[in-house]
Design a protein around this ligand. Structure first.
Ligand SMILES: *Cc1c(COP(=O)(O)O)cnc(C)c1O
Length: 401
């Protein structure tokens, strides 16, 4: 229940006011996030245990090799994994995973990769199902990997995946989540085919929390490395992430990473991020997930009732959430006769006071997401959305006259 109390006091707690002053002093407005854990909005807000852990970590020097080993061992234990590595975000985790799969922990291979690029190594291709190509997979290219597509934009057959895997394959990347499952081979099949060829499978599960079980589900299924963002649902430091999985591959990650002065030094993680992420994992595991889900449900139900009473507006609860998670949103649909496009509502909300960021869902629909709101903001969102619709209805009415 502490989780609920913590939430009721505001996830970020006391630092919030100071943060707003800081932004305003620069002439930059804070934004209410009714959209998603988006990096362009600052990701997520850290709960006080995370902020406290970062502040404490900032107060003393420490051996960074030892800290990474210690923090990772604890995160691995908490998440029921063999090993873990704290990195600078899920994208950094993908770069590190690709580097590790290309070189292993062999320092001569690491040196060859640094001097001549990944193509100088025998295994430098990462196989990705065409349906799993996504805006984050350039991370593989940053490691020097060549992306080899399997299947087409609609589907992959097992034989296509098997044929794409050759003696040049370093890994297969799998994009987890129900939203990316259509037409894709299931993870079980990918694991069977890749492992039969002796090739590891890296799972990008950056935004696949909740459910909390995903922290161990993919590795229990046999995935070799699984990457999560630290700054999304875990509410850890925004520039943090974690790779979970097999000890040998995590050792290979370590070889490339800071504090070594090698390729991934460019994606270093500080003592504050490491201790912050550990606190975030503890905080997330201790959450009353059913209570959080109930609160999201009640916020959405409130929006359905209040906004649904507006003329020409229908509102319903919609699942799954933005990245396919089991988090409900309100789907607000404007009758075309109102003459209002959802993009116009979005623009009015973003320039309003306070600014609110939402996602559109086609020309006449928009999503309202309860997940990242601070207590009380759900009412602000309802009021501002209703006001925006009213203003735009008036405008469109006067334009047609
Ligand atoms: C958010 C996300 C990433 C990137 O995560 P960061 O922690 O911001 O680096 C990678 N892959 C997917 C599928 C994501 O949703």
């Amino acid at each position: 229940m502490t989780a609920v109390v913590d939430r009721a006091a505001g996830v970020a707690g006391a630092p919030t006011a100071a943060t707003h002053d800081t932004y305003e002093a620069l002439g930059i407005r804070r934004v209410i996030n009714a959209n998603a854990a988006l990096t362009r909005l600052g990701g997520s807000l850290m709960p006080s245990p995370v902020l406290d852990a970062m502040r404490r970590a900032a107060g003393a020097f420490v051996d960074m090799h030892a800290l990474q080993v210690g923090v990772s061992a604890e995160i691995a234990r908490l998440t029921r994994n063999e090993a873990a590595f704290v990195c600078a975000g899920a994208s950094a985790g993908l770069v590190l995973s690709a580097l590790a799969c290309i070189t292993g922990d062999d320092l001569r291979s690491v040196a060859r990769l640094i001097d001549h690029g990944a193509a100088a190594l025998p295994r430098h291709e990462v196989v990705v199902q065409c349906v799993h190509r996504n805006p984050y997979d350039p991370a593989l290219r940053l490691a020097g990997a060549r992306i080899v597509q399997a299947g087409n934009a609609l589907q992959t057959f097992e034989w296509e995946l098997a044929a794409a895997i050759t003696e040049r394959t370093a890994a297969v990347l799998y994009l987890a989540g129900p939203r990316f499952a259509a037409g894709a081979l299931p993870l079980e099949t990918v694991l069977r085919v890749a492992h039969a060829a002796g090739v590891p499978v890296v799972v990008d599960a950056a935004a696949q929390l909740p459910p909390v079980e995903n922290l161990w589900r993919f590795t229990e299924m046999g995935a070799d490395l699984v990457v999560f963002s630290g700054g999304k649902a875990l509410r850890g430091p925004q520039a943090s992430g974690v790779v979970l999985g097999r000890a040998a591959l995590v050792e290979a990650i370590r070889v490339h990473a800071s504090p070594h002065q090698r390729l991934a030094r460019a994606m270093k993680t500080g003592k504050e991020e490491m201790m912050g992420l550990l606190a975030a994992v503890r905080w997330y595991l201790a959450q009353d997930h059913a209570a959080v889900a109930a609160r999201n449900d009640s916020t959405v139900a409130g929006w359905v009732a209040s906004l649904g009473s507006l003329a020409g507006v229908t509102v319903r609860r919609d699942l799954p959430g933005e990245a396919g998670q089991p988090v409900p949103r309100a789907l607000v649909t404007l009758d075309p006769s109102l003459g209002i496009l959802s993009a116009a509502v979005q623009a009015v909300l973003l320039t309003g006071d306070p600014a609110i960021d939402i996602a559109t869902a086609g020309p006449y629909s928009l999503f309202l997401n309860p997940e990242w709101l601070e207590p009380g903001e759900e009412t602000v969102v309802a009021t501002q959305v209703a006001a925006a619709i009213r203003v735009l209805t008036r405008r469109s009415g006067s334009a047609s006259r």
